[in-house]
Ligand binder design. Sequence first.
Ligand code: NAP
Length: 399
Amino acid sequence: MRRISILGSTGSIGISTLNLIEETLRPGEDYVLEALCAGRNATLLAEQARKFRPAITVLADESQWPLFKELMQGSALEIACGAEAVTAAAGRKADWVMAAIVGIAGLGPVWAAAGTGAVVALANKESLVCCGRSLLARAEAHGGRILPVDSEHNAIFQVFEESERARINRLILTASGGPFRGYSRDQLRFVTREQALKHPNWAMGAKITIDSATLANKGLEFIEAAYLFDMPPEKIDVLIHPQSVVHSLVEYADGSTLAQMGPADMRVPISHALGWPNRLKWQAPTLDLKTIGTLSFDAPDEAAFPMLRLAREALQAGGLMPVVYNAANEVMVQAFLDGKASFMAIAESVEMAMMKAQSPTMALSQATSHDMHTILETDRLTRQVVSETLGAAETRKAI
Ligand SMILES: NC(=O)c1ccc[n+]([C@@H]2O[C@H](COP(=O)([O-])OP(=O)(O)OC[C@H]3O[C@@H](n4cnc5c(N)ncnc54)[C@H](OP(=O)(O)O)[C@@H]3O)[C@@H](O)[C@H]2O)c1
């Protein structure tokens, strides 16, 4: 019997995880739910809590607390509200935790979960990008481990032979290329939010969908892969693979390249993490290679999509530069979604923030320590710098 917690239960990954749990595990025999946490969707969270009856249910957004309390009336379930309560719930003793809060908001909860000795199924890539190997070390020190849920890292995890580490030439991450694959820089100047939100292969939350369109998602994954598999940047490559069938590959020195394939459905990597070290049996979608017919691979266009290059540079710069990359990207993605910044401005601002981060005023980014205070301070300073630039651009537009 496992105690399971889902952080970000109302999102795309959270919902898929709950669906899979329902389909593959028996309540009260195989599992009990310890915690369900979400951001602001009080209605869905209340529905999930009433159905799965976790030991605690937490909503982060305090403005939705009155509604949430009303929806939970008479349920006899423990509920709480606020960011601190989310982190406290994430730190409750559990055996398996799905970490699927989006963005930096997931950092504190993931850190807390990693300190419990649980197996943490990590979807929230931003927390690993910010904490680096210290997150993996924390999980290990407490007798737990981090399992990658991102389809690419989950794929590598499945074909990575630790005993052959010295004979691994490189990791190859695949990327669909997003909705703007093949676009030139000039064409990208005019793309809209609606176009960017239409991912050709995957149904995901808004932030990661925009990240896929800019290739920042692949940039974050590049950094994530380096930390997860302890690989230097020069041993990680990215290939554009529009069919999203091969989820990533490991090339060995003997000429063998091992790949993991599967349908473009996040329930597959989630089920791998949920079943690990075994495999779950369920009505999984399978691949019909005859119908797919052709698999193609191409090099990414880093001139049109600079977020990949910037991620590599952030990793090479070391210290907390990946935190700067992540924070600047988060601010700009939100600005793009709010109609306050263009698509091209996302990468431009990230590059600007990374340049400023090297100045003495933002010397924090050069800190080598990955302690939580330094990470959060670097994140805050970066957001401030990028927001000020955005504000100045807005004012200029208004004048
Ligand atoms: N979707 C995918 O296919 C996919 C694939 C690989 C990796 N990932 C990663 O998985 C994470 C989740 O992605 P997603 O697509 O599932 O995002 P999503 O659909 O936007 O869901 C995000 C979840 O986080 C919750 N949340 C937001 N702010 C919060 C806060 N301050 N405190 C607590 N919970 C908060 C949301 O709650 P409310 O909805 O209630 O506000 C929701 O449950 C991201 O880091 C993403 O990069 C996703």
